[in-house]
Design a protein around this ligand. Structure first.
Ligand SMILES: *[C@@H]1O[C@H](CO)[C@@H](O)[C@H](O)[C@H]1NC(C)=O
Ligand SMILES: *[C@@H]1O[C@H](CO)[C@@H](O)[C@H](O)[C@H]1NC(C)=O
Ligand SMILES: *[C@@H]1O[C@H](CO)[C@@H](O)[C@H](O)[C@H]1NC(C)=O
Ligand SMILES: *[C@@H]1O[C@H](CO)[C@@H](O)[C@H](O)[C@H]1NC(C)=O
Ligand SMILES: [Zn+2]
Ligand SMILES: [Zn+2]
Length: 595
């Protein structure tokens, strides 16, 4: 079996294809020649055959761990981008470009025809608008799109946020009592989920009503949901709420992604409906305040947040801000409309000394196409974050930050860097960071930029309710100090989806998978303690086995893939990487990793 997890298998296949093409430079020359000829003449000629040796299977599917770098991918991307820009500037109509893009998308094995057509139809006009109105270059486009595949960030991408002088002052921490917070993440509610539908559908999400039945019993989707690229039916959301209500907690953090992975066919009206249904469910289910943020799946098309420089009438994003401004104000119990309308972020203080800052980190996601042209802090958000934290510091408040996309891989390098600077400047004010998006139970440590082994913050991933892919559905409950608002511990709760689907008539058997403090033998979740875990992992590799099992919450296919030495090193590196391309801490820990 591959050294990588099941989740990365498709990426692994793509990388194999790339690595093998590296060994055969002629093959790559044939591909580039074929692409050029195709764009110049419109005749595919030998291209389809050449592409068979250069498959980029599912290269743009979200939520994957991008773990290889390949200069050829960057070359090919730039070639295609240059050809499209040149043709567009010569006045080639949209329909022709759409057809050619679809041909390449299918030919490279990126997705099948229906998905390619849908995704191109939803996104092409944005690209054309950018080409038509800005002096954009291919290096910039590919440096953004393929940042996590090692394509260099060419062009500018180097703005910075002004920070107040001084350093974060150590606080005297008084140990008080404690209270609990529930973190739910990445529900990905799928109104089309069809129990016993087709689990082997070849599309980004299966078990859809229009995908027929599974060709055999093994290929049928489960009742509750399914490990094989499926999202969450409403009955699983209701079941989760029922179970969660047996727990005690004072607040709920919802860290984004409500919409399903049927990405080739989203619409404003369908997204609006699903989002409204989910928020009103949260409102009716919990008697305590719920603090939500956006995921990258909420806009239409997904990932794309229209630049402030562009008319919202042409590419609407504001509908989402308007919907959230109302719904979230109700959920958090305060009027937060102003900043939500501005950029999908807000802050509230639920009790004296405690502040929640909810940000829209989807803006930095490398699939947010407007970043191709915007060389600034989108929606002025990081500037606002720094100002908000300064005020909190002056008021002696402790802050929890809610963020969807973790920095470190698919978040634009410059944004990650500036966010990390903010984390460093306010390291003693920020006492918790909570993210989602990867669907994996994981964490990352931020380190001081000059005192380089000093841990200054930790972000905990809420994992996901959706099994997408290979994981068991789960949620987290944190124990929080009621004086310092630092994190003392968390518990991860889950159920065995294989088992639950064998007994569809009964509720799943939820259980506590682990507590962080017990599993890793540390005192609490503060940066110094979590940092100790990483040192321990380098020596005691059984901790990396645990980490791997927890990552998938014991999901049978996820864990079944196994985690060999390469996989353990990879996980160790991910824990220590918060700015993509900054592998200082990754290398530091790898040196300590004993064979
Ligand atoms: C970005 O700008 C800073 C100064 O603002 C400079 O020190 C740094 O070298 C620049 N980085 C890149 C990659 O150009
Ligand atoms: C919206 O949802 C309805 C009902 O599920 C479906 O029939 C329709 O195709 C969806 N529209 C789009 C654009 O996906
Ligand atoms: C914050 O704490 C400092 C040091 O304990 C104190 O001097 C200051 O008055 C406090 N400020 C506020 C706004 O409570
Ligand atoms: C989940 O349940 C299935 C079916 O009972 C069982 O075969 C499997 O070992 C269980 N997985 C784990 C991790 O316990
Ligand atoms: Zn998600
Ligand atoms: Zn996401």
């Amino acid at each position: 079996m591959s050294p990588l997890s099941i989740l990365s298998v498709t990426i692994f296949c793509a990388s194999l294809a790339l690595i093998s093409s590296l060994n055969f430079p002629d093959e790559f020359a044939k591909v580039t020649k074929g692409v050029e000829t195709f764009f110049n003449t419109g005749v595919p000629d030998f291209l389809p055959n050449a592409l068979k040796n250069f498959q980029l299977t599912h290269v743009f599917r979200a939520g994957m761990e991008k773990i290889f770098s390949n200069p050829q991918l960057c070359v090919l991307c730039k070639l295609v981008a240059d050809l499209i820009i040149a043709k567009r500037r010569l006045g080639v109509p949209r329909e022709v470009l759409a057809k050619e893009a679809e041909f390449l998308c299918v030919g490279l094995g990126i997705e099948n025809g229906r998905v390619c057509r849908g995704a191109i139809g939803l996104n092409l006009d944005i690209f054309l608008h950018i080409i038509d109105h800005y002096p954009v270059r291919s290096g910039r486009i590919c440096g953004l799109l393929l940042q996590s595949y090692g394509c260099p960030n060419e062009g500018v991408f180097n703005w910075s946020v002004e920070l107040p002088g001084g350093e974060s002052v150590e606080r005297v921490s008084h140990k008080g009592g404690s209270f609990r917070i529930l973190q739910l993440s990445d529900v990905h509610y799928d109104p089309n989920y069809t129990p016993y539908g087709n689990a082997d559908c070849g599309k980004p999400v299966c078990c859809q009503g229009d995908q027929g039945e599974g060709s055999s019993v093994e290929k049928r989707c489960g009742f509750w949901t399914d490990y094989r690229d499926a999202d969450v039916p409403w009955h699983l959301i209701e079941e989760t709420a029922r179970q969660v209500k047996t727990q005690d907690f004072d607040y709920v953090y919802y860290t984004g992604d409500i919409i399903s992975h049927r990405i080739w066919e989203t619409s404003v009206s369908n997204n609006t409906k699903a989002i409204a249904k989910f928020f009103s469910f949260l409102k009716n289910t919990f008697k305590v305040p719920v603090y939500p943020i956006f995921g990258n799946h909420e806009p239409h098309p997904l990932n794309v947040w229209t630049s402030e420089r562009v008319d919202d009438g042409l590419f609407p994003t504001r509908w989402l801000f308007k919907q959230a401004a109302e719904a979230w104000s109700e959920l958090v119990g305060q009027d937060i409309k102003e900043t939500v309308l501005k950029g999908g972020y807000y802050t509230v203080s639920p009790k004296p000394g405690f502040r929640i800052v909810a940000i829209n980190s989807n803006l930095c996601y490398t699939f947010n196409w407007w970043l191709i042209v915007d060389d600034f802090d989108p929606y002025g958000q990081l500037k606002w974050l720094a100002e908000t934290l300064k005020k909190a510091e002056d008021d002696n408040e402790s802050v929890h930050i809610l963020t969807h996309v973790p920095t470190g891989a698919e978040c634009l390098n410059v944004w990650s860097r500036e966010y990390s600077r903010i984390v460093e400047r306010f390291s003693n004010t920020i006492t918790g960071q909570f993210c989602g998006h990867t669907h994996l139970d994981e964490f990352q440590i931020y380190y001081h930029s000059s005192k380089s082994t000093k841990p200054i913050g930790v972000v905990f991933n809420g994992a996901s309710l959706t099994p997408f892919s290979s994981s068991n559905p789960s949620y987290k409950i944190y124990e929080v100090d009621s004086t310092s608002f630092s994190l003392r511990d968390y518990e991860e709760w889950t159920f065995n989806l294989t088992q639950a689907n064998l007994q569809p008539g009964q509720p799943p058997e939820w259980y506590k998978l682990y507590s962080f403090v017990e599993a890793y033998g540390v005192d609490n979740l503060e940066p110094e303690e979590v940092d100790k875990v990483v040192y321990k992992m380098t020596k005691d590799h059984s901790l990396l086995d645990k980490y791997f099992q927890f990552k998938y919450r014991n999901g049978d296919p996820g864990v079944g893939a196994g985690c060999d030495d390469a996989c353990k090193r990879e996980n160790l590196c991910q824990v220590a990487t918060t700015v993509y391309t900054d592998d200082k801490h990754c290398n530091r820990f790898l040196k300590m990793y004993h064979q």
